[in-house]
Design a protein around this ligand. Structure first.
Ligand SMILES: Nc1nc2c(ncn2[C@@H]2O[C@H](COP(=O)(O)OP(=O)(O)OP(=O)(O)O)[C@@H](O)[C@H]2O)c(=O)[nH]1
Length: 799
């Protein structure tokens, strides 16, 4: 009988579709396979650099394709583009890049990211012994280097490391791969760490728990991987746990994450009898041997799993036929692809973001981590296979492909800052060229020249000094003052790269040191934390005379308060956590406002006319001027815009930021001597305030996507708890012995939820909460908030 995939493919072939039309996924991917298949686009055309030309001359003996490009370049350097360089990768550079991988490990909380990373470091010889997260030896995993991480057993900061993985080919020949690896936190409050890691990595390992499958945070990291077009392999961990079922995870990747996925292994035994895996490509059984599973023994497939292995291998081929033309063709001919054809197809489809191969094992039981590492080098892209674009400021921001050649001018992105005992440490991904110790680099944001005094490779909290770092690699540098997301170049190029997505904070609290003598340390800590973490903000509220810290959740802020105590010895007093409310305009209001003070001293005169209206989305605010006839000069209009922006920072209703509001100034009046920038700024602020309050404005509150998981016997209690907090339950899933509830609730209703959930579920319930969107707060709550704000203002005036 024909399989459904075969039938589908054959009917497509009959209907006259060409081979490429069999491809079921549209080719809309930003990131393409480059190397030999890259397309030469006009936007990517840039001049060839003299340095590369020199090098080309030295490498005349390169492969035929490359030497043709070299010849052409020597004859007419201006005519060749960087895209052409990528199309004809220099063989020496290509060989170097082929052996390099930059990968991240991302997953839901507690899936075992740190435990897997610990095994990877051990099996690659990077560490001499395995230590567990919250292990009895109280050493803790290598990558959780902060005391707080080790105590709490959670990852707070992403940690970078590197290792060499030696893979044996079919003939037993060894190939050494250099792997830069970033272990990211799972908790949603530290999501910026995942965001910036994925921005600079070429591939990722998505870890899933064999019992829980796709969880709420898996969905979040999936979204982040899509945002930066990061190809991934999947690893189903915890195969030793009771109720482990890797195929449930495979199904959920297909259905919930909507990425075609298929197992490339099947387990031998399950739960506490989990012994090893069958590799479905070579059809061999793989077992870990040695005290810590350091060796892999390759054996024949045991009889008991033969049928399962056959069945899953067929499913793998069918899924590949859906996403890869070559396998589709083999499939149509009703033949079976060879292992090499399968591997090549998995690689193409994974890098093309059309597929994820699913590996499985148990990191804690030291089983089947090495085959996953083989998967990293087999299926995840090398730096030359990923398209990285920069904007060329000298050519109207045309986008240019960066080429990971050591010999090209340097381009790098500072993606993370960290304070260390030796000063500020800046993590840089080198996209093009070489970063050398002692060299000068230019910050594309402000054109400032900085010298790079020291370069290190990071190994968690340890570092190894190096004199240079080549293209496609990750390193950290000391003594380079910059902001997170800055692009550095060698000064010749006007390139800048887009930065990462930074979510807005949703929660804030007032904070002050308990003892006034700690003021200096307090300020130092605040400045440092802010520099390091773009989702952590510090503001000073002049009205309440309080320092306010804002972040992604209660845990996020708690961790900083705790770090202040531990790292800076400053004990702090904090206020009640406050929700980051927003305000928005109701209906359109016209205004005509005159600010006039012309009695005694320097006068003030400014008249602004126009209207305010909702932008239609609860997003950014907009200022527009439509002045004809010059009633307000450019300079004063700039002051008006400044006044508008200041008004949006602190709304008139409850003192929170304004969203979705547009102000148009279309007329006004200026006085020869009494008008000034200050008077126009003030007049705009006054006009804003009045018009805003007349528009029937509202207070907005953040709504949170909340996912609660707990053992089944507590389902009724948890639903009761959520109902009491006004949550809207959208979906409930019931597993073998646990359930998951998906709900929307206001952040305000969720304060202290963790304590109540713990009490209601004997400490076994877990939840995650992620910002979804802003919505109008209930009328009664709006009234209370406005009254509270007015009272606080009145009290302040009395003082
Ligand atoms: N049974 C079992 N437990 C595991 C396995 N891998 C990890 N664990 C345990 O799961 C818990 C969480 O492991 P971590 O490695 O800290 O997980 P993580 O994903 O890094 O955690 P966060 O960074 O805090 O999100 C620890 O208690 C581990 O010992 C496994 O293969 N089997």
């Amino acid at each position: 009988m024909r399989s459904p995939t075969l039938a589908r493919l054959q009917s497509r072939a009959v209907s006259g579709l060409t081979r490429s039309a069999v491809r079921l996924q549209p080719q809309t991917l930003l990131r393409q396979r480059c190397a030999s298949t890259a397309v030469l686009r006009p936007s990517a055309v840039a001049p060839v650099y003299p340095s590369i030309q020199r090098q080309w001359n030295q490498r005349r003996n390169a492969s035929a394709a490359a030497s043709a490009v070299l010849e052409a370049a020597a004859a007419n350097p201006e005519a060749l583009s960087q895209a052409a360089i990528i199309d004809n990768l220099d063989p020496v550079e290509a060989a170097r890049l082929d052996k390099c991988r930059n990968i991240g490990i991302a997953a839901h909380i507690d899936s075992g990211k740190t435990t897997v990373t610990e095994r990877v470091l051990f099996y690659t010889g990077r560490i001499k012994a395995i230590h567990e997260v919250r292990g009895r030896d109280s050493v803790g995993a290598k990558m959780d280097s902060m005391d707080l991480e080790r105590e709490k057993g959670i990852t707070i900061q992403s940690a970078a490391t590197f290792c060499d993985w030696v893979k044996k080919d079919k003939e037993g020949k060894e190939h050494k791969y250099h792997v830069n690896l970033i272990d990211t936190p799972g908790h949603i409050d530290f999501t910026i760490e995942v965001e910036r890691a994925l921005r600079v990595l070429d591939g990722a390992v998505m870890i899933l728990c064999a019992v829980s499958g796709v969880q709420s945070q898996t969905i979040t990291v999936d979204r982040q991987m899509r945002r930066y077009n990061v190809p991934r392999i999947s690893f189903v961990n915890k195969m030793d746990r009771m109720g482990a079922n890797p195929f449930k995870a495979v199904d959920q990747i297909n259905t919930k994450l909507k990425i075609p996925a298929a197992a490339v292994q099947v387990p031998i035994g399950a739960e506490d009898e989990f012994e090893g895996v069958v590799d479905l490509i070579d059809m061999k059984a793989l077992y870990n041997v040695g005290a810590s599973g350091e060796e892999i023994a390759v054996k024949e497939i045991p009889e008991k799993v033969k049928a399962l292995a056959e069945e899953r291998r067929n499913m793998l081929i069918e899924t590949l036929a859906d996403v890869d033309d070559e396998i589709a063709e083999i499939f149509l001919e009703e033949s079976v692809p060879t292992p090499d054809q399968m591997r090549a197809a998995i690689r193409r489809a994974t890098i093309g973001l059309k597929f994820t191969p699913v590996f499985m094992g148990s990191a804690l039981a030291n089983k089947s981590v090495q085959p996953m590492l083989d998967g990293v080098v087999d299926y995840l892209p090398n730096p030359a296979e990923v398209e990285n674009l920069a904007l060329d400021q000298k050519r109207a921001e045309a986008s240019v492909k960066l080429v990971p050649y050591n010999s090209l001018p340097f381009v790098g992105l500072a993606f993370k800052l960290e304070e260390s005992n030796f000063g500020q440490l800046t993590y840089i991904r080198v996209y093009q060229g070489t970063l050398r110790k002692g060299a000068n680099v230019f910050n594309a944001r402000n054109d400032k020249k900085v010298k790079v005094p020291r370069i290190v490779r990071m190994h968690s909290n340890e570092m190894e000094e190096v004199s240079e770092i080549g293209a496609g690699e990750i390193c950290a540098v000391f003594g380079v003052d910059c902001a997170s997301g800055d692009t550095f170049t060698d000064g010749q190029l006007g390139y800048s790269m887009t930065s990462m997505f930074v979510p807005e904070p949703v929660i804030s609290l007032s904070i002050k040191p308990k003892q006034s003598k700690d003021g200096a340390n307090f300020s130092k800590a605040m400045a440092r934390f802010q520099r390091e973490d773009p989702t952590f903000r510090v503001t000073y509220d002049t009205e309440s005379e309080q320092t306010i810290i804002s972040g992604m959740g209660e845990l996020h802020l708690d961790i900083y308060v705790e770090r202040m105590r531990r790292e800076y010895r400053v004990d702090c007093e904090t206020g009640q956590p406050q929700v980051a409310y927003r305000e928005t305009l109701g209906n359109r209001v016209d205004f005509d406002h005159l600010l006039k003070k012309q009695s005694g001293g320097p006068g003030e005169y400014a008249r602004v006319m126009g209207w305010m209206e909702p932008t239609g989305t609860l997003e950014e605010n907009k200022f527009e001027q439509q002045i004809v006839g010059g009633s307000i000069s450019e300079k004063f209009l700039y002051a008006c815009e400044k006044g508008f922006n200041l008004s949006c920072e602190k709304g008139p209703l409850v003192g929170h930021k304004v969203l979705g509001t547009r102000m148009v100034i279309n007329d006004g009046a200026t006085h020869m001597t009494d008008s000034s920038e200050m008077s126009f700024k003030n007049a705009t602020q006054q006009a804003f305030r009045k018009a805003f309050m007349d528009s029937n404005p509202s207070v907005l509150e953040p709504l949170m996507k909340t996912v609660v998981t707990a053992p089944s016997e507590f389902q009724g209690d948890v639903i009761g708890l959520l109902n009491k907090r006004g949550a809207t339950i959208n979906d409930t899933e019931t597993g073998v012995d646990e359930f998951t509830i998906y709900a929307d609730c206001s952040l305000n209703g969720m304060f202290g939820f963790s304590t109540h959930l713990r009490a209601a579920t004997q400490g076994k319930g877990e939840y995650t909460m992620e910002f979804s969107h802003y919505e109008k707060a209930p009328p009664q709550m709006q009234k209370e908030l406005i009254a509270k704000y007015l009272k606080a203002q009145a009290d302040r005036h009395k003082k």
